[in-house]
Design a protein. Structure first.
Length: 371
């Protein structure tokens, strides 16, 4: 009797399981087709066009940087990253733009799936949810380097107990985007001191070395370029600074608040560093510190949380809904409505609570009832 009842229950659930599987397979496939179509029809392939032009400038021995003025940066279409980011893409700069853009799209998609694999995900549903996230979609459509940075973070996690490997992975990520430097706190808090020292040293070497390759041109004025960039873009996006500015705080006060949030997350990360799954939690909190301190945060930056989320929850769970929730408050690259920035910060706060080990049984029960 019990066996027959179990069989009937399983049979009843099978259509629902098949329907869910169909949605999780077909939806990412449709999204992938849309991404390819959008990428090949976007004007100069979005962000990738910026990196492509910068790499070509380097190949021809010219500076990839614009003038450090509001007028030059107001359209958000200039190369403002460290030179290492341009050097990495030099191999693509010798190809025609369309071919290079297509390869970048393919490499980025593979990098994201590889990042999930390295972080321990074997549940295909997690990959489907990731592809359905607008954060991931934006990164692919715009041709950003965020998928490559995500892969570097995942590699750092996978080989976290091999100092040289984790140091090289983190150094490449930090040299391409300096705002990821706080991830080194994860190594310090988990007593991987050798890896932390190596990561810091290699990051500095890559940054200085990349400036050496382009002849130290514009190096002295680069901090001023970043300051002007922050002035132009800090009212955009989803950063803590942007939220404070929306709420009427002065720019200086907004940066102080952002530093306070970053410091608070660091304190929490230090406090939860011990425990069975604390390693993944500290890793995730360190990435969130990067987002808190950055004056400019775009939708695709949430992709950087994927390795930590995958390490903490390698199978599909309600926490993965944080990736999909962004669809409900996503905006463009213009000045974002205040309510959208607030909901973004709420979404990030849920992730922070999970990384800190705070359990949310009510959320799990509500999701279980809904499904």
């Amino acid at each position: 009797m019990a066996i027959a009842a179990a069989m009937r229950t399983a049979a009843g659930r099978r259509p629902a399981s098949l329907a869910l599987a169909a949605v999780l397979v077909l939806a990412p496939l449709g999204l992938a087709v849309d991404v390819v179509h959008t990428a090949f029809n976007a004007h100069r392939f979005g962000d990738f066009g910026i990196f492509y032009d910068a790499a070509r400038q380097v190949v021809h021995g010219r500076s990839p940087y614009p003038a450090a003025t509001v007028h030059a940066l107001r359209h958000q279409n200039q190369f403002v990253y460290p030179p290492f980011a341009a050097l990495v893409l030099v191999p693509l700069a010798v190809l025609p733009l369309q071919l290079a853009g297509g390869l970048m799209l393919l490499v980025s998609a593979v990098a994201l799936m590889a990042a999930l694999w390295l972080a321990g995900v074997r549940d295909w549903r997690c990959g489907a949810v990731a592809l359905l996230s607008i954060a991931v979609a934006q990164g692919l459509v715009l041709g950003t380097i965020t998928p490559l940075l995500t892969l570097a973070l995942a590699a750092a996690w996978r080989w976290r107990d091999r100092p040289w490997v984790v140091a090289v992975a983190l150094a490449c990520a930090i040299a391409a985007k300096v705002f990821l430097a706080p991830v080194v706190l994860w190594l310090l808090f988990t007593r991987r001191f050798r890896a932390a020292v190596l990561s810091t040293g290699l990051s500095a070497a890559l940054i200085v070395g990349s400036w050496l390759v382009i002849g130290f041109r514009d190096m002295a004025g680069y901090p001023h370029l970043l300051a002007v960039l922050s002035q132009v873009e800090e009212t955009h996006g989803y950063s803590v600074v942007a939220l404070c500015l929306h709420l009427g705080l002065a720019a200086g006060a907004a940066r102080v608040v952002a530093c306070g949030v970053g410091a608070a997350l660091a304190v929490v990360a230090f406090a939860v560093r011990r425990g069975g799954r604390a390693d993944a939690g500290v890793f995730g909190l360190a990435i969130l510190i990067c987002l808190a301190l950055s004056p400019v945060v775009w939708l695709n930056y949430l992709t950087l949380v994927l390795p930590a989320l995958a390490a903490l929850r390698p199978r599909l769970s309600p926490l993965w809904l944080c990736l999909l929730a962004v669809w409900f408050f996503a905006g463009g690259n213009a000045v974002i409505d205040t309510w959208r920035v607030v909901l973004w910060q709420v979404d990030v706060a849920v992730l922070a609570l999970a990384f800190a080990g705070v359990r949310m049984p009510a959320l799990r029960r509500s999701v279980a009832v809904a499904t």
